[in-house]
Structure formats: structure tokens, C-alpha cells
Design a protein around this ligand. Structure first.
Ligand SMILES: [Zn+2]
Length: 166
């Protein structure tokens, strides 16, 4: 599959919108070397448990973009790319052929559809700088401008208990 990276170009390439500015820059630099395959690493980085693959939402740290050569893959992790840490510094992961799952086609299809909502959740830690992600229709409804999801606000009361000895 030849990837048309123009589909993933933010309006201003310096600022991410639905599409990540850094991911676009990475693709632009490495597309000719074929570093546009996408792999899912099913092993959790912290405790080693197996993560189920869900193409509606992908954990950033478990996605690797690059190209496989025999059993090794050269590229960069998606978390480093989108957060802008050494986006052009490639690394090699050795002997992962049997562990990583190739999700290239499905990944780019979903990314085209819903943009960064594929890996940055609606109330997650990594939001866009200009706050253009949501359109608020009134005080209680918002629509995501990237994936189109409509959400209603609900207020939940949280009761805290504190143990005090006196
Ligand atoms: Zn969304």
C-alpha cells in the first residue's frame, strides 16, 4: 500500500489539529524509506501483561511506526513522535516479529477517519494547544471536531471520607 500522507497534513503544519503535526513531519521525512508500517506491541510496558488490541483506541506507548527488516523493526514509538521527543531519532527493536502485530492498513484507515482521537482520549493528558477540539453547542453538549462524537455533560457528586484521630 502506498500511503498518501497529504491526507494526514494539518492545516498549519506547525500546529496539530485533527492530525498530528509531528506525525506528519515524521512521515514526510521517512516515507521514502518505507517507515510507515504500524505495529502494535501487545505487552504492557509497566507490568508486562498482555493488552487487547482495540482499533477504536490505541495506547500510544504500544504503537511503533517504522519498517520491519527480517525480524527487527526500525522506527520510532508513536508516543515519542506525537509528543515531539526526538521525533527523528530512530531506534531498532530486535527480534519482535512474533510479538508485534502489523496493524498498518487498519491504523491509517482509522487515523484518516478520526484523527488523533485514535490515541488521545477526550479527557486525556495530551490535549491540543489552541483548544479547537470541541465545539460546545450549549453548556451541556459538546461535539468532537476530530471524530464527530457528541457527548453530554453530567455532574457527579464525589463524597470523600477522611480518617481523623484526635
Ligand atoms: Zn474525538
Amino acid at each position: 500500500m502506498i500511503l498518501d500522507i497529504n491526507k494526514f497534513k494539518p492545516n498549519d503544519i506547525k500546529i496539530s489539529d485533527k492530525y498530528s503535526s509531528n506525525l506528519y513531519k515524521f512521515l514526510k521525512k521517512y516515507i521514502k524509506q518505507g517507515y510507515n508500517k504500524v505495529y502494535f506491541d501487545p505487552v504492557d510496558n509497566y507490568d508486562g501483561h498482555l493488552i487487547e488490541l482495540d482499533m477504536n483506541f490505541l495506547p500510544l506507548a504500544n504503537i511503533y511506526i517504522g519498517n520491519m527488516n527480517d525480524a527487527d523493526v526500525i522506527g520510532n514509538s508513536l508516543s515519542k513522535i506525537v509528543t515531539g521527543q526526538n521525533i527523528y531519532k530512530l531506534s531498532c527493536r530486535i527480534n519482535i516479529k512474533d510479538e508485534y502485530i502489523d496493524i498498518t492498513d487498519e491504523f491509517w484507515k482509522r487515523y484518516e477517519e478520526i484523527g488523533r482521537c485514535l490515541f488521545i482520549d477526550h479527557d486525556g493528558w495530551y490535549q491540543d494547544v489552541n483548544n479547537t477540539r470541541f465545539t460546545y453547542t450549549d453548556g451541556t453538549t459538546r461535539v468532537c471536531n476530530w471524530c464527530g462524537k457528541r457527548e453530554s455533560k453530567r455532574i457527579e457528586e464525589i463524597i470523600k471520607h477522611k480518617e481523623i484521630w484526635e
